[in-house]
Structure formats: structure tokens, C-alpha cells
Design a protein. Structure first.
Length: 555
């Protein structure tokens, strides 16, 4: 049964997972399926290939999956699965290919994967796995194992380019089971004793405990921020906007590197921006949103009001810095180039963040100012949306940042990225963010800003791309991409030969992404794509682009 690459939505019907007669393949990939992978999957005991990749499935991986003992290939990538790899998967001894990439999985790498002698392809990249990675079995073959995007992993063979595990990590790995047993036994004893103590103190006013890092952040003041940023030195300045400046800081208490957004309160709209951003960020959490650590509101040494937001620091700066070289940058320009796959990965990251804001928050949030300078990259080159100073919360409570109230911060968006309907007085909507995303996507592939001087007299970035597709697509590609080669490249050996259009899979992928950007940035809001569909299509294109590499490995 192959239902892949459609627009299917909702949970996977248990009737399908209950088709025990399926013995070759069940493929539901590249749709918009949601919910958990139901326990009925255990009935697929005779199935050889299960592919539910590139959907929006979530929750823990079901333990019942271990009952599918005939599985040879299991593709779960591009979903929202979380938690550890269940130990029950150890019964899948015949696995030849396992892809868990682009999820939110965590914990250690199970030792049983080392014993899977048939395993020829393993992709666990872009998750949150940690601790020591094995060096035996499939893990000793760097061409068959992919682990990038897991910053907490260490060890492994040198070809994987992971950090060396410190003694603490190694000890925790080798003695993990013993420590767990000791902790459980001691914990049962201690918890009962502590429970008695708490029982007698329950009526007393208590403050919640925090870690040292959390405590130091909560106690930040103007003085501590001043020291952390070296007196708001220009050497620590990493960005600026209409509402303030962003500085890099290092806390004296714990050495943590932070980003400090200091509001320019001379701008009367800055205080409103501060409140909007605090309201928007207080209850959202996603791996592709910049995490706010705390907020500060007080006075400086001159008695003036002082407001600042403290974020986690993104060491690779903004997408703007990578797409367009900045004056005065210390790094050589050649070090600031993004290859095709890196650009697609960032585009997928931003799409995931917008889909979360639009559909997965308790109250939907419109960002209202998506542009390259508001997309930040961490050490793993993962994209994060930042700056919610113009955001709007779509709440049914009219008193909670309603359209009239929140519009006081001014016209939403930045010229070139703001949708045309906003300029005509239309209400804010998620379609506005989709328009900005479409322009961002076109800019990432062409290397041209929507405000480029050549876009005058009716010519826009949207029309510039639209008139070039598909026959003249090579003419509009960012020249940097024309110089690439290898796995991350896209058009190194693509010529202007029209016969190449139908045969070169890389060029087909490029055209398909351009078409997504055009659909998202169309003038009519009702014709724009939903971000859920954007994610499905982009992930499908990325998979298609990388498929030749996978096929060369026999997958």
C-alpha cells in the first residue's frame, strides 16, 4: 500500500495499521498526518518496509513497534516524535535501514543497534541525542551513519567529527546502569523521608527551587548586564533594529554566553514592543524559536528607565549575514557562504517554527516581521526565528492584544517582506507570515533582496523569479550556488541546455522550491500555501535531492 505524496491529514487510521496481510511495504510518507503512531502497528508482523516519514506525527515511539519483527527498512524521519528510542526495537534484528532524522528524539544511543548485523544505513541526525556514541557495528562506517545536528553526542570514530567525551561522560555511560539502580534505591528511601518533612512545612510560604543557572538569570540586573556586555561596548554589538540594540554578553556568575536586547525607550513604540514580545514568548517553546531566558525592567545609573530581554546566544549570527556580506565582518566572506542543502535545511527550520506559531500554540501567533535578519543560526546551523516585537496573538479575548491595541506599535512588517494587503488596511493574519516566508525563500535561492535596486517600475522579486521559470532558472540562481560541487552543491555542472531541465534531479528540486516561494508570495492571501503543506513539500523535495546518495548505499 503506497499512499505517499498526497494531502492526507488527520491520524493514521487503526484499520490500516491493522492490515496484518501487508508483507511488502506500507508507505504514508510526505502527507500531513498527525497524532501518534498507534499501538495497532504491532499487527504489521509480516511487513518489510514501513515509511511514515515527512508528516506531523508526534508523541513517543510506540514500544509495540518492536513486534514488527520482519521489518527490513523503517523510515520515521521528518516528524515530531520525541523521547528515547524504545528498547523494544531490539527485536528488529533484520533492519537494513533505519532513519529517525529530523525529530525531537532524545536520550542515549541504544547498544542494541551495534548488534544489528544487517544494518547498512542509520540516520539519527537533527535530534537531541546525547552521551557516547558507539564505535562498532554500523557506527564504524561513516558512509552509512549520519549523526549531525546532535550537539550533545560525543566519541565515535574520527570520521564522524564528534567531540571527545570527557571523563564524566564516559563514566556516566559505562556505569549508567549501576548509577540508575543506586539512585532508584536511594531515591525511594529519601523521597519518603523528604515527603514527611514537606508535609509539615506545606502550609509555609515557599519559593520554588531553581538551578544555579536559572537562579543567576532570574537575578540579573542592570549592573550585571552592564558587566556582561563590557559596558554595552560596540565590540559586543551584534545587531540593531528600530526598537533597540542586541549585544553579546558573558555572565560573570557562570560564564554563560547570552544575547541582550536593550530597548531604545526614546522610541515611544519600544515599550509596547517589549510588552508584546514578553507576552508572545512567555508560553511558547520550540527548537526553531530563539529561547528567551528572562526579562529585565528597571532603571540605569542615570535614573532612566531600562528594559532588556535576555536570549540564548546564536553563535552563527543571522541568515542576513550569511546571504549578504556585512561591512566590517571579521570572518572572510568565503566562510559565510551557505550551500544548497544548508539553505533548504534553514528553510525547513523556519517553516517548522511558523507552523508551530500558527497551528500548535494554545493561541495562534502571527510573527509579522519575518526576514533574514530575524532568522538566527546556532552552532549546528539550525535556524531559529527571533524578534517578536511586532507579533500579534490571535486571542478571542479582545482585551488581550487585540487588533486595535497591538496595532499601536505601527505598521506591521518590513518593506519588501510585508504582504501587500497590510498596506491596504487588511487585518493581520497567518497568511501575512506565509507571504513573508515566500519572499524569504526566493531571497535565499536568488541571493537578491526584495528591495534590490533593479526591482522598480512593476518588477519585483516575485515577478523576477516567475518570468524565469522553468527555462531560465539557472540565470536567477545565487551565483554562489553556481560555484558549488559535491553533496551540498546544486548546480555546479548544470548547463543552460534546455534538455537538462527534465533530466537533472537537482534542477527539478530547485525549480520545485522556487514554485513554493512563488505560491507563498502570491498577491492573493487565499491562494497562499498553509505552512503545514510547505513543510510536507519541502521535506519531500529535500528527500528527493538526497535520495541518490541513499540509493548508492543500497537503501
Amino acid at each position: 500500500m503506497d499512499l505517499s505524496h498526497n494531502n492526507l491529514s488527520g491520524p493514521i487510521p487503526s484499520e490500516i495499521l491493522g492490515l496484518s496481510s501487508l508483507s511488502i511495504v506500507l508507505s504514508l510518507s510526505s502527507n500531513s498526518l498527525t497524532g501518534e503512531l498507534a499501538v495497532e502497528v504491532e499487527k504489521l508482523k509480516n511487513l518489510g518496509i514501513l515509511d511514515v516519514s515527512h508528516n506531523r506525527l508526534s508523541g513517543l515511539l510506540p514500544k509495540n513497534l518492536g513486534s514488527c519483527v520482519s521489518l527490513g527498512k523503517l523510515f520515521l524521519e521528518g516528524n515530531l516524535f520525541e523521547g528515547p528510542i524504545p528498547s523494544s526495537l531490539s527485536s528488529l534484528r533484520g533492519l537494513e535501514a533505519l532513519d529517525l532524522s529530523d525529530n525531537n528524539l532524545s536520550g542515549g544511543i541504544p547498544e542494541f543497534l551495534v548488534r544489528f548485523g544487517a544494518l547498512k544505513y542509520l540516520n539519527i541526525s537533527f535530534n537531541d541525542f546525547e552521551r557516547l556514541i558507539p564505535s562498532e557495528g554500523v557506527f564504524k562506517n561513516a558512509s552509512a551513519t549520519f549523526v549531525e545536528g546532535n550537539s550533545k553526542l560525543c566519541g565515535g570514530i574520527p570520521e564522524l567529527h564528534l567531540s571527545i567525551c570527557n571523563s564524566k561522560t564516559s563514566a556516566n555511560t559505562s556505569l549508567g546502569l549501576n548509577i540508575t539502580i543506586i539512585v532508584v534505591i536511594s531515591g525511594v528511601t529519601l523521597v519518603f523521608s523528604i515527603f514527611l518533612i514537606i508535609w509539615f512545612r506545606k502550609r509555609k510560604e515557599q519559593k520554588p527551587t531553581t538551578t544555579h543557572v536559572e537562579n543567576s538569570l532570574l537575578q540579573l540586573s542592570y549592573q550585571s548586564i552592564l558587566r556582561a556586555t563590557n559596558g554595552f561596548s560596540s565590540q559586543n554589538l551584534v545587531g540593531s533594529g528600530s526598537f533597540g540594540y542586541v549585544y553579546k554578553g558573558i555572565l560573570e556568575a557562570n560564564g554563560a554566553v547570552i544575547a541582550v536586547k536593550v530597548l531604545n525607550l526614546l522610541n515611544h513604540r519600544a515599550s509596547r514592543s517589549f510588552l508584546v514580545e514578553c507576552e508572545a514568548l512567555k508560553s511558547i517553546r520550540h527548537r526553531n524559536l530563539v529561547k528567551v531566558l528572562t526579562a529585565i525592567s528597571g532603571i540605569d545609573y542615570q535614573g532612566n528607565d531600562f528594559k532588556a530581554l535576555i536570549y540564548e546566544f546564536m553563535e552563527n549570527g543571522s541568515l542576513e549575514d550569511w546571504l549578504h556580506s556585512s561591512v566590517g565582518m571579521n570572518e572572510p566572506e568565503t566562510m559565510r557562504n551557505l550551500n544548497f542543502i544548508q539553505r533548504v535545511n534553514v528553510a525547513v527550520d523556519v517553516a517548522h517554527a511558523l507552523e508551530y506559531l500558527h497551528h500548535r500554540c494554545e493561541t495562534p501567533i502571527i510573527h509579522c516581521d519575518l526576514k533574514p535578519s530575524n532568522v538566527l543560526l546556532d552552532g549546528e546551523m539550525v535556524g531559529h526565528i527571533s524578534d517578536f516585537g511586532l507579533a500579534k496573538i490571535l486571542s478571542g479575548d479582545k482585551s488581550n492584544f487585540s487588533t486595535n491595541e497591538s496595532s499601536s506599535v505601527g505598521l506591521r512588517g518590513t518593506i519588501g517582506y510585508a504582504p501587500p494587503e497590510y498596506g491596504m488596511g487588511s487585518e493581520l493574519s497567518t497568511n501575512g507570515d506565509v507571504y513573508s516566508y515566500g519572499i524569504l525563500l526566493l531571497e535565499m535561492l536568488t541571493g537578491k533582496r526584495p528591495t534590490n535596486e533593479r526591482f522598480t517600475e512593476g518588477l519585483s522579486l516575485h515577478n523576477f523569479v516567475k518570468t524565469a521559470l522553468p527555462d531560465r532558472v539557472v540565470e536567477i540562481i545565487d551565483p554562489i550556488l553556481l560555484q558549488e560541487s559535491g553533496r551540498g552543491g546544486i548546480v555546479a555542472d548544470i548547463t543552460l541546455n534546455e534538455n537538462n531541465l527534465g533530466n537533472d534531479i537537482r534542477l527539478q528540486c530547485l525549480i520545485a522550491i522556487f514554485e513554493i516561494g512563488l505560491t507563498c508570495s502570491t498577491e492573493s492571501p487565499s491562494e497562499r500555501m498553509d505552512m503545514s503543506n510547505v513543510i510536507t513539500k519541502l521535506c519531500s523535495i529535500r528527500e528527493k535531492f538526497l535520495r541518490p546518495t541513499r540509493l548508492r548505499r543500497g537503501v
